[in-house]
Design a protein around this ligand. Structure first.
Ligand SMILES: *Cc1c(COP(=O)(O)O)cnc(C)c1O
Length: 714
């Protein structure tokens, strides 16, 4: 997805936007000048809500608008979440509505108007508008190009404009004003999900997609000009009393564009705390308005706290912020993302996993799907959390190495097909049935054994047939077409797929290329034979990571992506080639247990292999080869990061602990976090580095990371 990491300034502006929304509802300057208050709340503060739409657009919609290969499950989840929030807020505000008598003459039409467009409480219209706007764009983008969708968004905005700030211009025009009257029987304002939200959602998505970044000075100038234009426009419309409502202006469009780029030009890290606080401020501020008024009455402060509009605004803003912070702090730690991180742990970057999935999809043909390879505990990442996240991203096919790995996933509710790539002994066949696993047929003899099992249980066993096209590992030999057809004749097998594995796809050098294409040809020949024999050809797949990235011409119905999902390729030699496309998902971290001196001439660790050449400081880390840290990194081969600096490993790595030299690193204290794989400050140690230093491939480094490490998704 986008460089969400650098768009953190948006989180800061959310607080400002929340305050602007509060301003709209409290009219801070009205005690002093109606005109000034109008400029603030009727014009300037109108950037707040479009801003929220744009953020959603940026992070949710680019895939729909530009890639046409979007993740339906994600959208459904988003809309579900928005509507849930709307439902909760509606229920929470029921007492206020009853108190304020907002819901008198209830008819079905009135209820529809309130629920779908106006919002059940005066500021809640935003939530249904978000759901409507997103649904509309998703719907349109399936049929239309980006430009057309943008055109429709603009057109809708224009229609909305004449029902809002420019209403006065069409009020006297016969037919048109009748049309608008008709519309206003369905909703009170045109600033809703139909006319107002789409264009901003699309604009946000476009900025996200193009990764537009202009110089801050240029953007600031654009912002100044368009903001001035908007204030002028607003004051004119106000002066001539053309406004029916004051949410929509023509210059709001350029204004939002520049404002958004301006915020983005401050490249900060995301701040989830501010993000959550702003959301809560937005949701609770109407209740705080009531609280402030109540409190003012009780303490006889109405004169100061309510009648002075500025103090009223400040009281509501501060009150909302305080309560929001309290809510965020109270619920912190109850989420699944905050288990304790005591000793040594693995952090999984959800955003990077998502990014890799969407990048890899681009290498698939239109009809192809990813089959996520999550064997060996998802290459050490943790098969359950990774597969759950992949399920959320719409992945419906998984590969594991063994029946017990498959069973583990099912026990944790993973949905979709789970294919066992390896051999399953007949004593474990019952697991296939119990956990609805798909077995690989490793040769014709094995097909017969499986077929027998199918007959015993009176149910067809789902399988994929493996063809050996040259690796000479599992699979029936490709030239034995008669035997392969025999597999198709097993009536108790449900043949869902047929596949082979490429063993030479690591590069596109001529020798590798020839062998790989030969493997492909042998496989396709088998498929021909099967069809000639009148068998139905099931789903096919050949590519793993290397095949997918290097040999797109060998695509099938699936690609079995393993290491690439986790953000790398096997061989460190390829690291530069894919570094812009794949992003590492995992970091490994451990605590500093003890910091101590090591005097010149003293030795440390088993076998006293390290001798201090000068007085030094060392740290003892709570991770060792028992956690999967390769012992081959001992004695200066490996290093870790502390406070953004590199600390070499000294002496031999122990089973549970490791010593590092921190002489050059100030301020290291017990309890600090050392990064074993991952980044700290500007430094990064990747699984490639560890693989290179220990003479192996990333797959081995990762898949050996131990069960003792806690896995945390962030
Ligand atoms: C492990 C494995 C994969 C995944 O390989 P990567 O190179 O990690 O993508 C695919 N297919 C088979 C048969 C495997 O054993």
């Amino acid at each position: 997805m986008q460089d969400k990491k650098q768009w953190g300034a948006l989180d800061y502006f959310r607080i400002a936007a929340a305050c602007l929304v509060i301003a709209i509802h409290t009219a801070p300057l009205s005690s002093f000048s109606d005109e000034a208050d109008f400029v603030l709340t009727g014009i300037i503060a109108r950037v707040a809500v479009p801003f929220f739409f744009m953020v959603t657009g940026q992070f949710l919609l680019p895939a729909w608008l530009f890639e046409k290969k979007a993740d339906r499950a994600q959208i459904v989840r988003f809309i579900g979440k928005t509507l849930l929030l709307y439902g909760i807020a509606t229920v929470l505000y029921i007492p206020v509505n009853i108190y304020a008598d907002h819901w008198n003459d209830k008819g079905v039409a009135e209820a529809f108007r309130l629920l779908v467009f106006d919002g059940t409480f005066y500021h809640l219209w935003y939530l249904p508008a978000l759901a409507t706007g997103v649904s509309l764009i998703v719907f349109l983008s399936r049929k239309l190009s980006f430009h057309s969708v943008f055109g429709v968004g603009l057109l809708l905005y224009l229609v909305g404009l004449f029902g809002d700030s420019y209403f006065g211009m069409i009020r006297k025009v016969p037919v048109i004003s009748n049309i608008y009257d008709g519309m206003f029987s369905m909703f009170s304002y045109t600033r809703n999900g139909l006319f107002f939200a789409p264009v901003f959602l699309i604009m946000g998505a476009w900025i996200g997609h193009t990764r537009l970044l202009w110089k801050r000075n240029a953007v600031a100038a654009g912002l100044a000009v368009s903001l001035t234009a908007m204030v002028t426009e607003g004051m004119m419309l106000h002066h001539f009393e053309l406004q029916r409502h004051d949410s929509m202006y023509l210059s709001l469009l350029p204004c939002m564009f520049f404002l958004y780029l301006f915020i983005g030009s401050f490249r900060l890290k995301p701040n989830p705390f501010l993000r959550k606080t702003a959301t809560w401020m937005y949701l609770i501020h109407p209740a705080v308005i009531i609280l402030v008024r109540g409190a003012a009455k009780a303490f006889r402060l109405t004169g100061t706290l309510v009648n002075n509009s500025l103090l009223h605004f400040l009281a509501v803003s501060i009150g909302s912020a305080v309560i929001a912070v309290m809510i965020v702090l109270t619920f912190r730690g109850t989420g699944r993302n905050h288990p304790h991180r005591g000793r040594a742990w693995i952090e999984l970057d959800r955003e990077n996993l998502r990014h890799n999935v969407s990048e890899l999809k681009k290498y698939l043909p239109e009809t192809g799907s990813l089959m996520a390879v999550v064997k060996a505990n998802a290459y050490g990442h943790g098969a359950v959390p990774v597969s759950k996240e992949l399920n959320r991203l719409g992945i419906k096919h998984f590969c594991v190495a063994s029946a017990s790995e498959g069973a583990e996933l099912r026990k944790h509710g993973i949905r979709g097909e789970i294919l066992i790539l390896g051999y399953t002994h007949p004593t474990d066949f019952r697991l296939l049935k119990r956990y609805r696993l798909t077995q690989t047929v490793v040769d014709v003899a094995y097909a017969r054994v499986l077929n027998l099992f199918g007959r015993q249980i009176g149910r067809k066993v789902p399988v994929h047939i493996k063809i050996d096209t040259g690796m000479h590992r599992l699979g029936e030999r490709s030239e034995k077409t008669e035997e392969i057809c025999d597999i198709f004749r097993c009536t108790n097998l449900k043949i869902q797929g047929i596949y082979t594995h490429l063993c030479n796809a690591e590069t596109v050098l001529p020798a590798n290329r020839q062998l790989t294409l030969e493997q492909g040809a042998a496989f396709f020949k088998v498929l021909e034979r099967i069809k000639e024999q009148g068998f139905c050809c099931p789903a096919i797949h050949l590519q793993a990571t290397d095949g997918l990235l290097n040999y797109p011409e060998l695509s099938g119905d699936f690609a079995r992506a393993g290491i690439a999902l986790y953000g790398m390729t096997s061989s460190p030699a390829d690291r530069m080639k894919w570094k812009d496309i794949l992003r590492p998902v995992l970091s490994v971290k451990a605590r500093v247990a003890v910091v101590k001196e090591l005097y010149q001439g003293e030795a440390a660790g088993y076998g006293l292999q390290y001798v201090a050449e000068r007085d030094s400081r060392i740290a003892v880390l709570t991770i060792g080869y028992g956690d999967g840290l390769p012992r081959a990194l001992s004695c200066g081969v490996g290093s870790v990061l502390l406070n953004g600096m590199e600390a070499p490993v000294i002496g031999r790595i122990c089973m549970d602990q490791t010593l590092v030299d921190i002489s050059g690193i100030p301020d290291v204290e017990p309890g600090d976090t050392a990064v074993i794989i991952g980044s700290s400050g500007n430094r990064e140690i990747t699984a490639y580095d560890v693989a290179e230093r220990t003479g192996t491939i990333t797959n081995e480094v990762l898949s050996r990371l131990g069960g003792r490490l806690e896995r945390i998704i962030i």
